[in-house]
Design a protein around this ligand. Structure first.
Ligand code: NAD
Length: 376
């Protein structure tokens, strides 16, 4: 039996932030990163609150480590909030999810409402039961997965993403596309998750380049914000695959931004999963057929499955090139030696990452190493 359920209430459209007026008199712990404070983007949220009723924990860094979560739990226990509000990209939202979960489990705090306000259009974390936390000592990123991590409320306000620099728009936008495509070919995909994944992928091809080109294109910003959330809903149902299993381990070891790693991997993972052998092939894997169907829906399908898959890979590469994204890991401040000395551990880590379980094609350590050699 499958179940389709969305726990998170999603507020979007004009004046979505005004929802915050309804919690103005509650005790609110804001979990965010230093940029939100320095740029005073946080003011767009705190203007709705009563002074003295909120406390800001703004230590979050990209790929939040376990130690930071522990520090956040201490702050939460001391402040005893009614609401935890995460403001930021996936890193702030994920850290806040883990802080809330632990504060309730080991800190004995009760009835905390969790509100997520994303400031990047990428992870979809505002609607997922995933939180990715980094173990810096082991150089691994661990996806925690539990429905208890799901936010109660998500607020989508495109004004908050206008300040994202173009390179991060590209990285996070390609993260959206990777979520949509991995969910679409996942072994747990259903008609319900497909509907969200298809719409998200279409929106990315229509609006990501526009969003990259102009900080003031609020239509493109809003559409990418919606695409991110829709892709989050898709993979929250269907989960992900080999792309993320590898990206978590490359990110943990080599510190390349998450979306950028996903983007570099994506065409190679599609090629691996589609597993097309030659021109005369008469039957194709389910994954190949789904990739070709997605290409067709987006508007660049070919005459057959093989050309549909190729077109999808080529259009992804074209989109990445149009945003001046790197096409290899060595273009991301990683040396050949760093890569070589970590590749076996990356492959082994990917095999242990829970997101690999729903990849449509089984991958061995050798398969993963060979993909790693393609992206160097
Ligand atoms: P991020 O949160 O790490 O932020 C990246 C950078 O962008 C930071 O320096 C941040 O300060 C800056 N930034 C954020 N919003 C900004 C704004 N409006 N203007 C200017 N700068 C801004 O980036 P991300 O890609 O959103 O999140 C990545 C993290 O999320 C990774 O740890 C990844 O593993 C995780 N992730 C989680 C899920 C999930 O479902 N929970 C899914 C995918 C990825």
């Amino acid at each position: 039996m499958d179940t389709f359920k969305v726990k998170t209430e999603i507020k979007f459209g004009q004046n979505a932030l005004e929802y915050l007026k309804t919690i103005r008199d509650q005790k609110i712990l804001i979990v965010t990163d230093p940029f939100m404070v320095q740029s005073n983007l946080i003011g767009k949220v705190t203007e709705f609150f009563t002074a003295g009723n909120y406390h800001v924990f703004s230590d979050i860094v990209p790929d939040p480590p376990v130690e930071l979560v522990a520090k956040g739990v201490t702050e939460a226990k001391a402040f005893a909030p009614d609401v935890i509000l995460a403001l930021g990209g996936g890193s702030a939202i994920d850290a806040a999810k883990a802080i809330k979960d632990l504060a309730m489990k080991i800190g004995n705090l009760k009835d905390i409402t969790f509100i997520a306000i994303p400031t990047t259009s990428g992870t979809g974390s505002e609607v997922t039961s995933f939180a990715v936390i980094t173990d810096q000592e082991k150089g691994r990123k661990y996806p925690l997965i539990s429905d208890e991590l799901l936010p109660d409320i998500a607020i989508l306000e495109p004004e908050l993403v206008k300040s994202v620099p173009p390179a991060t728009v590209a990285d996070t936008g390609m993260d959206v596309l990777t979520h949509a495509i991995e969910a679409y070919v996942s072994t747990k995909a259903t008609d319900f998750s497909d509907a969200f994944a298809e719409k998200a992928a279409q929106l990315v091809f229509q609006y990501l380049k526009r969003s990259y080109d102009s900080a003031d294109d609020l239509v493109a910003k809003e559409k990418m914000h919606h695409a991110s959330c829709l892709a989050g809903l898709a993979f929250n149902m269907a989960s992900l695959g080999l792309n993320h299993a590898m990206a978590h381990n490359i990110g943990g070891k080599l510190h390349v931004p998450h979306g950028r790693t996903n983007a570099i991997l994506l065409p190679y993972i599609i090629e691996f999963n589609a597993n097309i052998e030659g021109y005369n092939q008469t039957s194709y894997s389910e994954a190949a057929k789904k990739y070709a169907r997605l290409a067709h829906l987006i508007g660049f399908g070919g005459g057959n499955v093989r050309s549909g898959v190729k077109n999808l890979m080529n259009e992804i590469k074209k989109l990445e090139k149009s945003m001046e994204m790197p096409s290899s890991i060595l273009e991301c401040n990683v040396t050949k030696d760093q890569f070589a000395s970590n590749e076996v551990e990356i492959a082994l880590g990917a095999l242990e990452d829970s997101t690999i379980d729903t990849n449509p094609r089984m991958a061995t350590k050798e398969d993963i190493l060979s993909i790693l050699h393609e992206i160097v």
